[in-house]
Design a protein around this ligand. Structure first.
Ligand code: CA
Ligand code: CA
Ligand code: CA
Length: 362
């Protein structure tokens, strides 16, 4: 080396032992270089020990760059060939959720940005374009496919998101999730300002937890959407009809703005499949023929019937004089001297009921 000649050194980290720091000792023609390296995770671009949406966002920022671009960084060229493309995304996906999630407050998971008041909700009316805020539907027979749309609300400058849907794997089974609604063709919110979204990451490795992440490519902040929009379309299949509690909730939800500022979303909706009572029997007819009273009613599918009677039409229900488990849609009994009132209810195999009344006076 020549005295008073400038030399430049380029240090390129590789994936198993990136350079953590280095120093140059001495001056003049004799130089001593010392490097320290540390083991780290491939695809953990922000070096926090976990591959998640923060890394996906960084990857998206470098999407389709080539090695002559000013923003080129070989860190993202996971399949080294001088361009950040689908081959690199595939490698990135292979490392998705590797490592240990940083604890809240100890690393990246304590941001407070423009999406602190944003929310995330379910819409069970996934066959209608837009968010109908339908969060409760009747329980469906086992084997039914249930399509659920997920919307973000009140977002600002949304660039990247990652969220968990928590469900009971004994009640429903995850089938598939897409970034747009394939029925209504509603687009993903990330693409609504002309941007291109990337890296539809799905992790179902934990039973009962569906994790989804997505990011905008590039660094054009004007493409980041505002307000409310679709973030996922998910299909579940029911395994049982016995849901009557919140069946879908959100776990950890993170929204990132274009500048990488992350918010932990706490405004989270739920959805449930509820056991509704059967419709009451209709066309209840009562008549007297010779020395008997007859009551008939229309069929309620899948139900048996209870017939309640009382001498007092204002008695508190359910009336105590009851015939349960009637399989037919008619009933009769010998007339008595008492004046009597009746109502009939339909009952499913589960103990739910609704009533329809008809009174008889004799
Ligand atoms: Ca990371
Ligand atoms: Ca590449
Ligand atoms: Ca809808």
């Amino acid at each position: 080396m020549n005295y008073e000649q400038d030399y430049y050194a380029k240090v390129v980290p590789n994936y198993t032992a990136p350079v953590k720091g280095f120093e140059i000792k001495g001056n003049g023609p004799a130089l001593e270089w010392n490097f320290t390296t540390e083991q780290c995770l491939e695809a953990d671009f922000n070096f926090d020990g976990y591959v998640d949406a923060a890394d996906l966002q960084l990857f998206g920022d470098h999407w389709h760059l080539i090695d002559t671009d000013p923003l080129w960084d070989p860190l993202y060229d996971l399949m080294p060939d001088g361009i950040i493309d689908a081959a690199d995304l595939q490698v990135f996906g292979d490392h998705w959720h590797e490592g240990t999630p940083p604890k809240s407050g100890e690393g990246g998971k304590d941001g407070k940005g423009p999406n602190g008041n944003a929310g995330i909700v379910f819409d069970l009316d996934a066959t209608t374009y837009g968010n109908q805020n339908l969060t409760c539907i009747p329980s469906q027979p086992a084997g039914t496919y249930i399509r659920v749309d997920v919307y973000c609300t009140g977002v600002q400058n949304l660039d990247t998101y990652e969220f968990e849907v928590i469900y009971d794997p004994t009640e429903i089974e995850y089938v598939t999730a897409t970034s747009t609604n394939p029925i209504t063709f509603e687009p993903n919110i990330l693409t609504t300002n002309g941007g291109t979204a990337l890296g539809w990451m799905i992790d179902t490795s934990t039973p009962g937890v569906l994790s989804i992440a997505y990011t905008l490519t590039g660094t054009d902040t004007t493409e980041a959407p505002e307000g409310e929009g679709l973030v996922a379309d998910i299909v579940f299949q029911t395994l049982t009809t016995e849901q009557d509690i919140p069946t879908l909730t959100f776990g950890d939800v993170y929204f990132y703005d274009s500048f990488g500022v992350m918010d932990i979303i706490t405004n989270k909706g739920t959805a449930k499949f509820t056991t509704l009572p059967p419709d009451p029997p209709e066309n209840v007819i009562i008549y007297i023929n010779s020395d008997s009273v007859y009551i008939t009613w229309d069929t309620v599918p899948g139900c048996t019937y209870n017939l309640y009677s009382s001498t007092d039409p204002y008695a508190t229900k359910p009336w105590l004089d009851v015939v349960t488990g009637i399989n037919d849609t008619s009933w009769s009994a010998p007339l008595t001297d008492e004046k009597k009132f009746y109502y009939v209810t339909a009952v499913e195999s589960q103990p739910t009921k609704n009533s329809s009344k008809k009174r008889q006076s004799k």
